[in-house]
Structures are given as C-alpha cells and as structure tokens.
Design a binder for this molecule. Structure first.
Ligand code: ZN
Length: 524
C-alpha cells in the first residue's frame, strides 16, 4: 500500500468508528428524551454492543500498524511529533487533505488512550461504573454517603490505574495520576497549571462575594411565580431562532438534565427543561446548550466524519456555552433586545417589572449549596472546592471516609454555609460516580477562556453592544467560527487560544469582567 492508500484506509476506519459512536449517541439521545421507561435495560445492552464495536474499531491492530507506518507512532507506540500540513508529514505524500497531519496526531492520541487499556480492565471498570452510578442515585436519595463510599473507592482505584496505563503517575512515569486524568479532558493542562490559575481566582472572587454580600439584595420574587410552561416553550423557540440556531441542522427537545449531543455533521441536538416557578432556568439552559451547538455546527466541513470533527476540549466547549449563557445571555445589551419579547409572552407577570429590576434579578449573586444553581461569580468556588478534593482523593492524601467532612469544612470556609446533609453536599454531582475525575476544572477553565475570547472579539467588533441590542448575532457567530469553531480538534486548547487572542490562559480578563459588572449591578 502507498502512503496515500494507507492514509485513506485510516480515514475509512476512523469514519466507521465515528459512525458507530454517532449511532450510539442517537440511542442515548432517545433514552434521555422520549424512550418509554421499560426499555431501559435492553437499551443498555444495545449501547454496550455499539460502543464496544466503536472501541474495537479504534483499537484494531490495523489502526496501530497504519499509524506506525505513517510515522505518527514510534515502533514502541510513542506519539511522534508531526508537522501540521500533509505536504511535510512523514511518509504522507502530497495532495492529501490539508489536515492530515492533525488527523494523524489526534487519532494517535485517541488510539493510545484506548489501546493502552487492557480489554479486561475496560470491561471491569464499565461494570463497576454501572454499579457505582446506581449506588450513587440511591445514596443521594437517602442522603447516606456510606452506601456510596465503597463504590467511590473503587472508582478512585480505577481512575488511578487508568492514568497509570496511560503513562502517568506510575513509578517510572512523569506527572501525577491526576495530571493524566486532567489531560484527557483538557489536553496539555496539569495540576500545577490549574493551581496557578485557581489560587488567585479564588482570592479575588472571595473579595467580590464579600462586597456583594454587604450590598442590598435584588428582588427576584417576580421570577418565581407561576409561568405557563407552554408559553415558556414558545419563548425558547423564538429565542433559539433569534440566536441563529438552524433548525434544519438541529433540534430542541426536553430532558431531565439539559445537554447537547452531536449525531452528525448536520444534526446537533440540544435539550432543556422547564419549571413553572423558574422560567429563567429553562431559558438560560437553552442559551447555554445553543452555545455548545454553535461550536459543533461550525466545524470545517472538510473534517466531517473524522476524529477532528468536534470541539477540542471540555474547557473550550464550556467557554462557548458559558459565553452565550452568562457573558452575552446575562448582559444588559442582550436583554435590552429580548426583554420586550419576554414581557409580551408573560404580560401578567412582567408588564409591571422595569428593565433595570429584571436585569438585576437575572444577575443575582450569592452563596448557594448546589453547583448547578450557582451564579457566575460564586460558580468558580464550587469548582475550586471539587478540584482540591478530587486531586487529594486521587493522590491518596484524602481518604474516602474523610471526604464528606472535608467537603463540609471547605464549604464553610468558602461560602460560610453549613451543609445540611450529604445529598446537598458531596453527593450532589454525578461525575465521581462515573469515574470522571479531572472533569470539574473544565467548567471554570471555560469561564477563563470565554472572557479572553470575548475581550478580543469586542476589540475586533467595536459596535458589538449595538448588535446585541438589535439582536444581530451574525458577526459574533462569524468571529467565533473563524477563530475557534472551524478548526475542530486541529489545535490544542493553548494553541487555539494563542492563535485567536495572542495570549496565554489567564484568569485576569474573567476577574476584570466580574468586578466591573458586579460593581455596577450592586453599586459598590
Ligand atoms: Zn455545558
């Protein structure tokens, strides 16, 4: 086989793998949105078969051989540096798709991540994960951490082993096990880099929250009356349409937990949930998930059906959703554009509410027990707490049995709140029950990336406020498409940030944004 034929064979194998994963994603979407409840057991089996096939495709010996032949992996399986363009890539002849070098680099990483895990370990962890999640649901319902503790120990054990198989944390490996886990969500980001960002972030957010706590609280009562669900649905559709979400390439549905899933190049689906006494929750979920969808829908068509055709990392993905939800979606200019439409949907509830009162209410900030209810100021502290606990759980510095007390103590220190029970404390999030250690920091990193991108976007589009007031988003979409979305996974997060903004990751633009916005809102 010539180099070109080998590369084409790899593209074909990767496409089959991607399509199997997409088919599994359709089944997942169906499970969360409209599947009848008794289908749950067989659906789990169907998913296991499809996901198993996708895993086999990715880890097939043929994939490894082709990657070695094309110079992407060494004979011992180490990922080799590859030039960016096909023309220069080792062993890859000219005239092939421009992103071939990136394709080989990213596929090698995916291949190694999957192929280094022994099949027996993968099966065993999947089984343990299933049991752990079921135990977590029950433990949370009863507020009884002891029911979940043995499963959490098992999940920590699996995570440590996984990192070691990947080449982290073992006796002869570099970096900590937690570094390996972080790297799988945010390539290139380790414990030290994250601490260096989070430490100053924590200090300045704490100062800001103290100032907010000392100021008069906005009235939010009018947002917690009954708001007709059907009207909420209608407003969400109007909003989504206005934001520029293309319903010929996506859908909005309802699920217990809002999410976005990519089912194909022209099929990105989002969900939300509606609560009668909390209309803004459904609305902000729609805006958040639309931010994820805009990213997935704007990837370069040339990358279609390859491992490059999706967002590069959890952190960059969250930067897009949080930008839309908070930075744009909770801004004065945005609601100057949309408040009249919302009032028109709910005249009985909002006709008497002034715009400044509404703007203050949707930006109310203060301590809360539950991460997913937190405002954009205190949110980072929820993440920093989890980051600190999970790195110590993984390193063994904190035992599982001591974890609830450590959680409650940290909560008291950060928020001045007593955690009444484990269900609204350490048991509130699903992540650890699934073995997803290293995932939480992405949420806070997303805020930091978002403000760095936004600062540059505003500098490039000086009349951005007027555009927001007029509900014209095309230029903003175009900016993000050109600077970030179009590349899919071609550039690692740090590279992408530097290409788009000329800067390295920093908490400063995010902090400056918060300090300016909340000083104005709370009048200090
Ligand atoms: Zn999100």
């Amino acid at each position: 086989m010539s180099g070109a034929e080998k590369l084409n064979r790899l593209y074909a194998l990767d496409r089959e793998r991607m399509y199997l994963s997409r088919a599994a994603a359709v089944l997942h979407w169906d499970e969360e949105t409209c599947m009848p409840p008794r289908a749950v057991e067989e659906r789990a089996e169907q998913l296991a078969v499809l996901e198993g096939l996708a895993h086999e495709k990715l880890t097939a010996p043929e994939t490894g051989e082709l990657l070695r032949d094309l110079g992407a992996l060494s004979s011992s399986g180490v990922e080799l540096p590859l030039p960016r363009n096909t023309e220069d890539a080792a062993g890859v002849p000219a005239g092939l798709p421009a992103a071939a070098g990136d394709f080989l680099r990213v596929l090698s990483r995916d291949y190694n991540r999957a192929a280094r895990l022994p099949p027996e370990f993968v099966r065993e962890s999947a089984r343990a994960e299933g049991l752990s999640q079921a135990a977590w649901v029950e433990a949370r319902k009863r507020g009884d951490f002891s029911m979940f503790a043995p499963h959490l120990k098992k999940m920590i054990d699996c995570a440590g082993k996984k990192a070691e198989y990947w080449g982290y944390g073992g006796s002869d490996a570099g970096g900590s096990a937690y570094d390996g886990l972080l790297d799988s969500f945010e390539p290139g980001m380790g414990e030290k880099e994250i601490s260096a960002l989070f430490d100053p972030l924590k200090k300045r957010v704490e100062v800001l929250l103290k100032k907010i706590a000392a100021s008069p609280k906005p009235d939010t009562g009018f947002l917690h009356l009954d708001y007709d669900i059907q009207r909420q649905r209608e407003f969400s559709r109007e909003l989504l349409d206005g934001l520029g979400f293309d319903t010929s390439r996506g859908r909005l549905d309802e699920s217990a937990h809002p999410f976005t899933t990519t089912l194909g190049f022209n099929d990105v689906r989002i969900t939300t949930r509606y609560a009668e006494n909390d209309p803004m929750s459904g609305i902000f979920s729609v805006i958040h998930e639309a931010g994820h969808a805009f990213y997935e829908l704007a990837v370069d068509p040339q990358l279609k059906a390859t491992c490059l055709a999706e967002g590069v990392s959890m952190g960059i993905h969250e930067s897009q959703s949080r930008l839309w939800e908070n930075v744009i979606g909770r801004s004065r200019a945005f609601w100057e554009g949309w408040f009249p439409a919302l009032q028109a949907r709910f005249p009985a509830r909002l006709a008497g509410v002034t715009f400044p009162a509404f703007y203050r209410a949707v930006n109310a900030a203060g301590p809360s027990l539950i991460r997913t209810d937190a405002d954009e100021v205190s949110y980072s502290l929820h993440i920093i707490l989890r980051f600190d606990l999970e790195r110590r759980l993984i390193s063994g510095a904190l035992s599982v049995d001591d974890a609830p007390a450590a959680w409650n103590a940290a909560f008291r220190e950060l928020f001045g709140l007593e955690v009444p029970d484990d269900a609204s404390g350490i048991l509130q999030d699903v992540h650890w029950s699934m073995g997803s250690f290293g995932y939480f920091p992405s949420y806070a990193l997303g805020n930091l990336y978002a403000l760095q991108f936004w600062k540059k976007c505003r500098a490039d589009i000086p009349r951005i406020e007027q555009l927001l007031i007029r509900r014209e988003y095309a230029e903003i979409h175009a900016w993000f498409k050109e600077k970030i979305h179009v590349f899919g996974r071609r550039f690692d997060p740090a590279e992408l940030l530097e290409k788009a903004t000329g800067e390295k990751l920093s908490a400063v633009p995010f902090l400056e944004y918060l300090e300016t916005k909340y000083a104005d809102l709370y009048g200090f």
